[in-house]
Design a protein around this ligand. Structure first.
Ligand code: NAP
Length: 493
């Protein structure tokens, strides 16, 4: 960073082989906050080769579980030691508030602590094959060389959800953060080095996905690709990796419904619908962007939301008074603006927001205000497509069946919320919704111990929980005959 090498290959920090660099911009004011090395295709190939060599010839895959767990715990300690520094980097790079970035570092720490415990607990299985001379075991082994690709909205957090289980399983890896937000990942890899991760086990290349994609995903030396990002990139990676029959787990976007019944507790419902969609300016894969509200309360509920949305204080994430920061980049703001223009042209009724803030203090940043559209339906792109910005659409229902139908009427299936004070109805609706996480009378929470991932076009993998570790493991069946004898099939007569 700023002259120091930023690519980590085979245990050495190096510059990009072609001298490429990239300016990293603070979206709150458009200023350049760092210049980092921008990897070329050859750097990514070197990184995969280093990970391959560390897996095939290195000690890490066979390192005892207790040592791997101890390393994960050391990483957690260092994350807490450097919490403030990491949080500040994340805020300046992504625009999110410092309070959110601090929570991210705590969450990341809990993921390392969780896998430090889990790797020692997940036991092998002994299978009874009906022959007392045979010992049949099913064992877990590290899957091999992993490519870990993360997006820009939660750079440190999304990458850690991959690195923690990959290390715990005994894999080696190449990490590629988003080119837009590489700073916290670079700092984190320095911290992994300090914790004692052996050379070649974790390699880091940051740069354009379009440039590095082939080296990282169309590569026979790679055993597993864990990708978090958009649907289009997920499709491309899955297609390319299929050529090598490389296992791929994709964690993709969402268009998440938040269903509010008339009997829902009022205050917490208004508050959580608001937080669920406008936190981090809506740049959250699980943001509750589709409000599906019972007709009898819809007018009052939406009016309450508009009133609260207009009071949300936008500003630089470093300012403690800011409740939400800017969008991640000018390019992303242009995409959000295009979605809003389409929504208006398709007949959605704009209730608040919908254009850049006029406050001169926000003029240099990529700010976009909380925006609410009423009168929406599935014929509109704004209801079907992921905007990844601070946009809430309102749809109305009159029956439970209609609410479920609307909640499932999306090609995605990442997350959903249901709000009702009728426990039986709550249970019926959460079971009927086809989404990977469903919150009942809550929204947005997760824990390291429970799986995260999507149904349908929101992806095909799971992170966190025991399944998040299993993604990085191969299953091997060992059939051991303790009293060898002939099969007796071909008699030789
Ligand atoms: P993106 O454009 O798909 O990029 C994600 C990552 O893939 C970036 O590191 C990107 O690098 C890289 N990439 C791009 N093209 C590639 C290629 N051909 N081969 C290999 N890598 C490539 O997504 P994004 O805009 O950063 O992130 C937003 C999306 O992530 C949203 O759809 C959001 O819903 C989703 N998301 C999902 C979850 C989840 O848990 N399901 C969590 C967070 C975010 P560059 O940045 O250099 O292009």
């Amino acid at each position: 960073m700023n002259g120091e090498p930023d690519l980590f290959v085979g245990g050495t920090w190096v510059h990009a082989c072609d001298g490429g660099t990239r300016d990293v911009v603070n979206p709150a004011d458009g200023s350049v906050i760092a210049t980092v090395d921008e990897a070329a295709d050859a750097d990514a190939r070197d990184a995969v080769r280093a990970a391959r060599a560390a897996f095939d010839d290195g000690a890490w895959p066979a390192t005892p579980v207790a040592e791997r767990a101890a390393l994960l715990d050391r990483i957690a300690d260092l994350l807490q030691r450097d919490k403030e520094e990491l949080a500040v980097l994340e805020t300046r790079d992504t625009g999110k508030t410092l309070a959110e970035s601090r929570i991210d570092v705590d969450d990341v720490t809990s993921v390392f602590r969780y896998y430090a415990k889990l790797v020692g607990v997940e036991a092998d299985r002994v299978v009874d094959v009906g022959d007392p001379t045979v010992i049949s075991r099913v064992v877990r082994e590290p899957i091999g060389v992993c490519v870990l690709i993360a997006p820009w909205n939660y750079p440190l957090l999304q990458m850690s959800w991959k690195i923690a289980p990959a290390l715990g399983a005994g894999c080696t890896m190449v990490a590629k953060p988003s080119e837009v937000t590489p700073l916290s990942t670079i700092a984190f890899v320095h911290l992994l080095e300090e914790a004692g991760v052996p050379p070649g086990v974790v390699n880091l290349v940051q740069g354009s996905g379009a440039v590095l994609g082939a080296a990282l995903t169309d590569n026979a030396d790679v055993d597993f690709i864990s990708f978090t990002g958009g649907l289009a990139t997920g499709r491309t990676i899955s297609r390319v990796a299929a050529e090598h029959v490389t296992k791929v787990a994709v964690e993709l976007g969402g268009k998440n419904p938040h269903i509010v019944f008339a009997d829902a507790e009022w205050e917490s419902s208004v508050d959580q619908v608001l937080t669920g969609v406008f936190l981090h300016s809506g740049q959250v894969c699980s943001a509750g962007t589709r409000l599906i509200v019972e007709e009898s309360i819809a007018d009052d509920f939406v009016a309450a939301l508009v009133e609260r949305a207009e009071k949300i204080r936008m500003g630089d994430g470093m300012d403690p008074a800011s409740e939400t920061g800017p969008l991640v980049s000018e390019q992303h703001r242009a995409k959000v603006e295009a979605h809003v223009a389409t929504a208006i042209s398709e007949g959605a009724k704009l209730l608040t927001g919908g254009s850049r803030p006029t406050d001169p203090a926000l003029a240099a940043g990529s700010f976009y205000p909380p925006t609410i559209f009423d009168g929406c339906d599935r014929s509109m792109a704004i209801v079907r497509e992921e905007t990844f910005g601070p946009i809430l659409t309102v749809e109305r229902f009159t029956s439970e069946a209609e609410a479920i139908g609307l909640g499932n009427d999306t090609e995605y299936g990442l997350a959903a919320g249901v709000r009702t004070s009728d426990a039986a109805r709550g249970e019926r609706v959460v079971r009927a919704l086809r989404h990977g996480t469903v919150w009942l009378n809550d929204f947005g929470y997760y824990t390291a111990a429970a799986e995260w991932g999507g149904f349908r076009k929101s992806g095909n993998g799971r992170e966190l929980g025991p399944t998040g570790l299993a993604e990085y493991q191969e299953i091997k069946h060992i059939w051991h005959n303790t009293a060898p004898k002939s099969a007796g099939w071909f008699t030789g007569e």
